[in-house]
Design a protein around this ligand. Structure first.
Ligand code: SF4
Ligand code: SF4
Length: 241
């Protein structure tokens, strides 16, 4: 993997004419972040619970002790993505962050001196990908803009912050109610919204005013409010940030 800086360029193109077209959409081991699910289930006009049941597998991360969601392959042999078609990705406008970012890998690091998080990018050259043999030359900053990665980062970075907070304050396994609450707030927003409205969050936790207001708003607001709620209720963070 090669580190890239803002003005750096790399040769890459991906289109139906490349000999490896769709090759990267099989042998799937694809993690989904909460915002990936928000976008995909909206694009497919599915309730979040129905989306999880139909397209996902739910796990608990062995190291983080937190819920993890992966895409369930469409077949047991090729392990193809459920959204790949002979013409390409059928959810292209709402494809997950990792599909957008490829062939780059985004790395987040926190400065010990300032506490600020900074992103950097690596170029991932995989042998099966013939996109690197194409003539088109890409600029790192333009690639990030073209792929519309920014909104994904905006919703995914706070989750990475929560994982780091959890590891510092509550290493190891979570109680069953805490796991259920985390899964609802991050990955099953429709069920989370219903549970807030009916006052039946796992563990009998009271939702509070901010969460109730967010539940009456759109998924983006609910997801962000849910993150703040998890930080405070599960990991004792008083002030966001
Ligand atoms: S979501 Fe689309 S781009 Fe991503 S692996 Fe599936 S078919 Fe490929
Ligand atoms: S392997 Fe590379 S060039 Fe081929 S379809 Fe996937 S991203 Fe595009």
């Amino acid at each position: 993997m090669k580190p890239l800086r803002a003005g750096d360029t790399f040769r890459f193109d991906c289109h139906p004419g490349v000999p490896c077209f769709n090759e990267c959409c099989r042998d799937l081991d694809q993690f989904l972040m909460p915002y990936d699910i928000l976008r995909l289930r909206r694009a497919l006009a599915l309730d979040s619970h129905a989306f999880l049941e139909r397209f996902c597998r739910l796990h608990v991360g062995p190291r983080s002790g937190l819920p993890v969601v992966t895409l369930a392959p469409a077949d047991p042999v090729r392990l193809a993505c459920p959204f790949v078609t002979p013409r390409g990705c059928r959810v292209y406008d709402d494809r997950p962050a990792s599909c957008r970012t490829y062939p780059l890998v985004r790395v987040l690091s926190r400065s010990r001196a300032t506490g600020r998080t900074e992103a950097s990018y690596l170029l991932l050259k995989e042998p099966h990908c013939r996109g690197f043999e194409q003539a088109a030359r890409r600029n790192l900053s333009e690639w990030i803009d073209d792929q519309a990665i920014a909104p994904y980062n905006r919703f995914n970075d706070p989750l990475l912050d929560i994982i780091s907070l959890k590891n510092r304050r509550h290493p190891g396994a979570l109680a069953a109610d805490a796991l259920r609450l985390f899964r609802l707030a991050c990955y099953d927003l429709d069920a989370f919204r219903r549970a807030i409205g009916e006052d039946r969050l796992p563990g009998g936790i009271a939702p509070g005013g901010e969460l109730r207001r967010a539940a009456g708003s759109d998924d983006e607001n609910l997801l962000m409010a849910g993150y703040r709620f998890l930080e405070k209720e599960l990991f004792d963070r008083e002030e966001p940030g």
